[in-house]
Ligand binder design. Structure first.
Ligand SMILES: Cc1ncc(COP(=O)(O)O)c(C=O)c1O
Length: 292
């Protein structure tokens, strides 16, 4: 099965190399669709309900009528995990408006939505969490909510990709994207937390994705009586933080060891980051089994 995992394509399980969607699909033509990214830890799907709810909200916000129910969708995700015998994996469901048989933007000239659910095995993180991340603030700004609501997890990630490329060009691993006013919004594929005097600070979701890992961190911090402030943050706040970490389903919790060439917490993973990361590792074992 290796290298030819089964992909869910509109209700069928199809070997990866044969899983295909038309070149006329609007996801391909316009980025007209939405997606999710979920993690599986030890055969258990983490936060399946939260990801399902967010996907359905994203679809509704762009007026895609989901052709299956939430229960059917969750069952499809479990099926992908089970039929591939995944233990530690990343699942990336994508929903497009469908195929545009007529030329033009008009979303009415479209077939039923396409749903594909590919997955692949990965370890603890898409990155090397023990190595730590280098961040760089980039010139690409977060698209403001008045133009496109960041809560919609749209298939068009070009601004984020440009941000990541700019960060990588300066030798960093990940970007800090600012909002149009110059305040910190988020990373290109993760939310940002800083630590100051034993308390956590993270930008509000006004101009950032409402990350499920972010919410989990806020909940875990609450259980440990660590105060969390959802507030405006500037680059000054980030540069002078005691610790910094980023959060995302694929990334998990990744400590930041450098920001715009300033060494953070002595280049090591800070104590509070370790506490949160440990609590997150424990929590991530509590997903919904795909095998029951
Ligand atoms: C732009 C952006 N911000 C934040 C996140 C983290 O969200 P979550 O924790 O729900 O995976 C992601 C994840 O894909 C993202 O793409």
């Amino acid at each position: 099965m290796e290298d030819n995992w089964l992909v869910y394509v509109n209700g069928e399980m199809v070997p990866m190399k044969e899983a295909k969607i038309s070149v006329f699909d609007r996801g391909f033509q316009y980025g007209d669709g939405v997606f999710e990214g979920l993690r599986v830890y030890g055969g258990k799907i983490f936060k399946l309900r939260e990801h399902t709810d967010r996907l359905f909200r994203s679809a509704r916000a762009i007026n895609i009528q989901m052709p299956i129910t939430k229960d059917e969708f969750s069952a499809a995700v479990k099926r992908v995990v089970r039929e591939n015998q995944f233990q530690d994996a990343h699942i990336k469901p994508q929903v497009t408006r469908g195929i545009a048989w007529k030329l033009g933007l008009d979303p009415r000239n479209t077939t039923a939505p396409n749903i594909v659910i590919p997955g692949r095995p990965i370890g603890k993180s898409m990155f090397e969490p023990d190595k730590g991340f280098k961040l760089a603030a980039v010139s690409v700004r977060k698209i403001p909510a008045m133009c496109f609501d960041p809560r919609i997890k749209s298939l068009n990630y070009l601004a984020n990709i440009m941000a990541r490329m700019e960060a990588q060009a300066s030798g960093a691993d990940e970007a800090i994207m600012l909002d149009i006013y110059g305040d910190v919004a988020e990373g290109s594929a993760d939310n940002i937390f800083i630590v100051k005097s034993g308390e956590l600070y993270t930008p509000s979701v006004q101009d950032a994705l409402e990350g499920i890992t972010r919410s989990t961190v806020i909940e875990l911090a609450g259980r440990k009586n660590i105060r969390v402030h959802e507030t405006k943050l500037t680059l000054y706040d980030v540069y002078t933080a005691d610790e910094i970490f980023v959060t995302g389903s694929g990334a998990g919790i990744v400590a930041v060891t450098e920001v715009d060439k300033r060494v953070v917490s002595g280049g090591k993973i800070g104590a509070l980051t370790k506490t949160i990361s440990g609590a997150y590792d424990e929590e991530s074992q509590k997903g919904e089994s795909a095998y029951e």
